[in-house]
Write a new protein. Structure first.
Length: 515
């Protein structure tokens, strides 16, 4: 298709699909679509997929009500044009609110799906649109962080990740896999013609007064494309450090580290541990008109007013390292790098710290002290790490016990050993039971476990001298709690269960028990 037709599809301020009378199902099946013009007074264009039956063009002209130029497109170009024309069809607040009404709304939507073998035979896209809206609305209602759409031979499994744990919520017939995935890809402006490679996209929805961004990721699999929708609640961008659940002493130390004019502050942990939220909370604490704060992220998850945010785009060479080099020429005071994942980014971050910048970033390690070894492995010299590291936070997320059904009990000898309280008989713990309030899970919401390493003079000397990780940890946590000890305190307070603490800190818990 020519560039002119593509420009017409993307130049409109109002989504084109809201004004085209041709349904997506018909345009997809017949290979004929109507692309409204950017200016209301212009005629628009009929798009014709190569090989399509031109007799259907007569019906499209009758529906549109006037004649327009016809532009023939290659099949792949035609499919991309459909993504532009119909991207936002059905994604509206009213539709979303209706889809989210009632406890059994998702089940009802699935039961109401047409029984025909091919949904594209229908004159309307409404059933699939309602189902997708229902999936997202139900995810928002249940506070799910992710929706997994996974095709298998005999079904399409729909799973929600709630409080960090996946649950299968529904399954639909396998015949729905292709139209369901295609419609999601159209809404996210992905290439529906390309099914061999992974794709990433994004869409925004409004549910009542709540604005939700949805990141879309597709992955080819044996029985079709898997789709994961990650829901990003924009209210998370307004988190403060005090909202994270840091112990009081740890919160004071973190605020002290952020008050430094330069240095490197790292947040470590696995994917889904809340590292980005912690970084954003730190940026919110620093955000002031007198400071120039710039970030390079992959992707930009939440927009923060007053902060310059740049997104990684490896297709055009915009890597973390390239972005970091560029923003250092923008006269920043504070720099946030989404992740230090290679030697070049690590070296530039260290140099930025040495030249008077405060650098915030994340590293994928299992503990705070392990981040030092990770940066060494990337080739950063020990004397540079000793000069630049200010603080390292490691974190996990654990589920909170439901306040309506948590059951108290006396721990046995093995559990007391894990707690480091062997021989005590006055200890009470709590465990989940399940009720209607928590949907029989026993948990409601999540809170953080943290350990914080403040790099003092002794630790700087240890880093400089290439000390062993165990020796550095012994000094760092001589007077500070580790992740596991922080979890034990939450278990003793009845906030979470010991089993939940062990789920996210099992290795350290087993070391405490001598396993």
């Amino acid at each position: 298709m020519t560039d002119t037709a593509t420009d017409t599809a993307t130049a409109t301020d109002t989504p084109a699909a809201s004004r085209t009378p041709v349904t997506y199902a018909f345009a997809r099946q017949a290979g004929i679509a109507f692309q409204p013009a950017a200016n209301p007074g212009d005629a628009g264009i009929f798009l014709l997929r190569s090989g399509a039956d031109r007799r259907a063009l007569l019906e499209v002209r009758r529906v549109v009500g006037h004649t327009c130029p016809v532009r023939e497109c290659a099949p792949a170009d035609y499919d991309r044009a459909l993504s532009d024309i119909y991207a936002w069809t059905g994604v509206g607040s009213e539709t979303m609110e209706e889809a989210g009404e009632g406890e059994d709304s998702l089940t009802r939507l699935i039961d109401e799906m047409p029984r025909s073998e091919d949904l594209l035979d229908s004159d309307s896209d409404a059933p699939i649109i309602r189902l997708i809206n229902g999936l997202i609305a139900e995810a928002v209602r249940t506070a799910a962080s992710d929706v997994h759409v996974e095709p298998f031979e005999d079904r399409v499994s729909i799973r929600y990740r709630v409080d960090g744990v996946l649950h299968e919520t529904a399954s639909v017939p396998p015949r729905l896999a292709s139209p369901l995935v295609s419609r999601i890809k159209v809404m996210a402006r992905l290439d529906i013609a390309e099914k061999r490679i992974p794709q990433d996209g994004r869409l925004s929805i409004t549910l009542g007064r709540q604005s939700v961004d949805v990141r879309v990721s597709t992955l080819p699999s044996r029985h079709g494309e898997r789709v994961v929708l990650r829901l990003l609640d924009n209210s998370a961008a307004r988190f403060r450090l005090a909202d994270l659940g840091l112990p009081a002493a740890m919160l004071a130390d973190m605020e002290k580290a952020l008050a430094q004019p330069n240095g490197i502050i790292l947040v470590t942990g696995p994917t889904g541990a809340g590292k980005t939220t912690t970084l954003y909370a730190g940026l919110n604490a620093l955000n002031a008109e007198s400071r120039n704060i710039l970030t390079v992220e992959d992707p930009v998850e939440y927009a923060i007013d007053g902060i310059g945010q740049t997104q990684v785009n490896t297709k055009v060479g915009m890597t973390f390292a390239a972005g970091l080099r560029a923003i250092l020429r923008q006269d920043p005071d504070i720099v946030m790098v989404g992740e230090i994942r290679d030697a070049e980014t690590a070296r530039i971050a260290v140099q930025a710290s040495l030249t008077g910048h405060l650098v915030l970033s994340t590293v994928h390690t299992n503990s705070a002290v392990a981040a030092i070894a990770r940066l060494r492995d990337m080739g950063v010299e020990s004397y540079l790490l000793a000069s630049t590291l200010t603080a390292i936070v490691a974190q996990r997320l654990v589920r909170r016990l439901c306040g309506h059904c948590a059951e108290s009990y006396t721990p046995d000898a093995a559990e007391l050993d894990l707690l480091g309280l062997a021989g005590r008989s006055d200890i009470t713990l709590h465990r989940p039971t399940g009720c209607s309030q928590c949907k029989q899970t026993g948990y409601d919401g999540r809170t953080g476990l943290y350990e914080l390493v403040m790099v003092d003079d002794t630790l700087r000397k240890q880093i400089h001298d290439d000390a062993r990780e165990a020796d550095m940890a012994a000094h760092a946590f001589a007077k500070r709690p580790t992740l596991f000890r922080n979890g034990v305190e939450l278990a003793l307070a009845g906030t979470t269960s010991l089993a939940e603490v062990l789920r996210v800190c099992r290795e350290e818990g087993e070391r405490h028990a001598g396993v």
